[in-house]
Design a protein around this ligand. Structure first.
Ligand SMILES: Cc1cc2nc3c(=O)[nH]c(=O)nc-3n(C[C@H](O)[C@H](O)[C@H](O)COP(=O)(O)OP(=O)(O)OC[C@H]3O[C@@H](n4cnc5c(N)ncnc54)[C@H](O)[C@@H]3O)c2cc1C
Length: 618
């Protein structure tokens, strides 16, 4: 196999060197690896600039981490400007969100509260949430420039602290803390695994953007619809094409997919970090990039859509919109009836999702149903089926989305925004302002495309620099620490013991096993108990016995998994003839581009069929 690959490269390289004379007027070529929204955007933007682009996607379908169809909330142009631009460009219509779902609600022990209800019926919890929000806002305000969150040594020090430690200092009442934990683990990751600086930076980015802006509309069909709109525009897409190796040389980039090779002038790498770690790169990435591949934290979040014949919650609560539960069901919301019946999406996140990785889909659904049934007795009888998306254990994702752990901004901040030779990087994880969102993915695709254009024009990018604030700053921070900075940051606690104000020596997020040990009693917490650690983790086998009141009804078989959105375009083998240049480059290359190749592994733009087999509106 290896020998064949070497032979293939040799063939390609022979082709490269024989075509120098033709290179100048040649259409620039790019390979985009990854057919999520970032890769799709990069491919679309490059194609629009006159490049010949081949998009390689590992899976049979396009769209990557697009959520369960219909589930995305769309922010307005203030909250998600780039997303809204593309929605306009592709004439995709959104449904305005009803007013009552635009602000979050709370499900406390099975009872629904709007923010207004909470203030009158549970004033202590409402007060505590307000105090938390105010303290968080103060923290966010301390960052002047969210693109440079560690501008000062004091801010740098926040990166060494986890969010849970900060929350402990706020001493919130139990219910408020459970709700806050749930919100944070749904949006990012478990508070104990999250850098306080990252959390503050993200709140700085969204400062002045209200929940109403963020949940202004829904896109019928969800983000897969946007993915398809891109797909329709692109000329060459090859699905079921997992890239396993990449070789860069002076003039070109060669990519291996099984026994097939592709070659282009530049490459946009738009796969999540864990997937990138599996691709063999020649020359190899430097130590810092390799450490980032392994060490950058991803939040965990799995989604279950439970389908019911009719709403089971109406009689007991006005469940709708985005709701944070204190009973371990995570964030949930009622779907618009686009798929028929009455559907609720339940998001299990953070360590809750990590621990559930041992469960099969049906077991996981059963556990959730048991808990729902406790509050909504008709739940089992009305249950008709489910869909599950497990981003956490998907090898091509390795988690839901980027969520910097303690110490990681200091090490890896904006690392992937710099090209490495002929490769530019895209993906939500490469966007400094909006990671973990559609907006971030789209923005990153635009940036990576424009960097490829810059490279073509001869622009060089500085090699990645070391973290801007060095260890010395940590020392300075410790000094300032004495001056009360952390007291202020931690919500004005009068605790001057200094213990909690020390920058913790150990900054790495804990591995799952440790979390298990630290946070036993998980099922109690997850499904209806207090949010308090117990002494020992309950073994998985015992999980079923936690709520034995109702025997788990046999859950109907899962609905067919969403089928491929796009059918594979005919892939050309490595040694196929170069496709004729169809598009003039937007700019003339200032730098000598790659020569044309006789024996090049070129993919021709191929006609593709678009088969949308996503569940249709009912
Ligand atoms: C549960 C959940 C809910 C979300 N909800 C929202 C929301 O409501 N609003 C919002 O704005 N954002 C939301 N997001 C975030 C948003 O979905 C992502 O940020 C975005 O889809 C990421 O796009 P991407 O292109 O960076 O990555 P991906 O979509 O992961 O694309 C990467 C692609 O690369 C492919 N790939 C991997 N390895 C290879 C390889 N070796 N060769 C070829 N291809 C490869 C993968 O198969 C995948 O298709 C949510 C995410 C999750 C997980």
């Amino acid at each position: 196999m290896a020998a064949a690959w070497v032979r293939l490269c040799a063939l390609i390289l022979i082709g490269v060197s024989s075509g120098t004379a033709l290179a100048k007027d040649k259409t620039p070529t790019a390979i985009v690896v990854g057919g999520g929204l970032a890769g799709l955007t990069a491919a679309y933007e490059l194609q629009n600039k006159g490049w010949q682009v081949t998009l390689l996607e590992a899976k049979a379908g396009m769209g990557g981490r697009s959520g369960l169809a219909t589930s995305e909330w769309i922010g307005n142009a203030k909250a998600q400007p780039v997303l809204n631009q593309y929605l306009d460009r592709f004439k995709l219509e959104t449904l305005p969100a009803p007013e009552f779902v635009r602000t979050p609600g709370y499900l406390i022990d099975g009872e629904y509260f709007s923010a207004t209800d909470l203030a009158t019926k549970q004033p202590a919890t409402a007060e505590a949430l307000k105090r938390y929000e105010k303290t968080l806002d103060d923290l966010a305000r301390s960052i002047d420039d969210p693109l440079n969150p560690q501008a000062t040594s004091t801010l740098f020090a926040l990166d060494q602290i986890n969010v849970s430690t900060w929350l402990d200092k706020l001493q919130l009442p139990a219910t408020a803390r459970q709700l806050v934990n749930q919100q944070i683990r749904t949006r990012y990751d478990e508070p104990s695994r999250l850098s306080l600086l990252y959390f503050a930076q993200q709140n700085r980015v969204y400062r002045g953007v209200s929940d109403r802006d963020l949940r202004a509309a829904r896109l019928p069909g969800g983000s897969p619809v946007l993915a398809q709109a891109f797909v329709k525009q692109l000329k060459t897409i090859k699905t079921s094409s997992p890239v396993t190796a990449i070789v860069q040389d002076k003039d070109s980039v060669t990519v291996k997919v099984g026994s097939v090779g592709y070659q282009a002038d530049y490459l946009v790498m738009a796969v999540p970090l864990r997937a990138l770690a599996k691709i063999q790169m020649t020359p190899g990435l430097d130590a810092k990039h390799l450490a980032a591949l392994r060490g950058t934290n991803y939040g965990w979040r799995d989604q279950l859509m439970l389908k019911f014949k009719k709403p089971v919650w109406e009689s007991r609560a006005r469940m709708s919109g985005e709701i944070f539960s204190n009973t371990g069901l995570g964030m949930l919301w009622i779907e618009p009836a686009l798929k028929g019946g009455a559907n609720v999406v339940i998001n299990l996140s953070g360590d809750n999702a990590r621990l559930l990785q041992a469960f099969g889909d049906k077991q996981m659904v059963d556990q959730v149903l048991i808990r729902l049934h406790a509050f909504y007795p008709q739940a089992r009888g009305a249950f008709t089926g489910y869909e599950v998306k497990r981003y956490s254990v998907d090898a091509s994702t390795g988690g839901a989305y980027l969520a910097y752990g303690p110490g990681q901004i200091s090490k890896y901040w904006r690392l992937w925004e710099r090209p490495v030779q002929r490769i530019t990087f895209a993906g939500e994880h490469t966007d400094a302002l909006y990671p973990g969102t559609l907006e971030g993915a789209l923005r990153s695709g635009q940036r990576a495309a424009s960097q490829a254009q810059d490279l073509l024009a001869g622009k060089s990018f500085d090699p990645a620099k070391a973290a801007p604030v060095a260890a010395a700053a940590a020392g300075a921070a410790a000094k300032e620490n004495k001056g009360g900075f952390f007291s202020n940051m931690f919500g004005g606690s009068s605790d001057k013991s200094g213990k909690a104000e020390q920058v913790p020596a150990k900054t790495e997020a804990k591995p799952v096993d440790e979390a298990k040990q630290d946070k036993p009693g998980f099922f109690k917490r997850l499904f209806g108990g207090a949010d308090k650690p117990e002494v020992k983790a309950e073994p998985i086998a015992k999980a079923e016995a936690v709520a034995p009141v109702i025997a788990p009804a046999p859950a109907p078989a899962p609905q067919a998994a969403p089928a491929p959105v796009v059918k594979e375009a005919a892939a050309k083998p490595a040694a196929s003839k170069a496709a004729p240049a169809k598009h003039a480059p937007a700019h003339k290359p200032a730098q000598k581009p790659a020569e044309s190749k006789k024996a090049t592994a070129k993919s021709e733009p191929a006609k593709k069929t678009v088969a949308n087999t996503q569940a249709k509106a009912g």
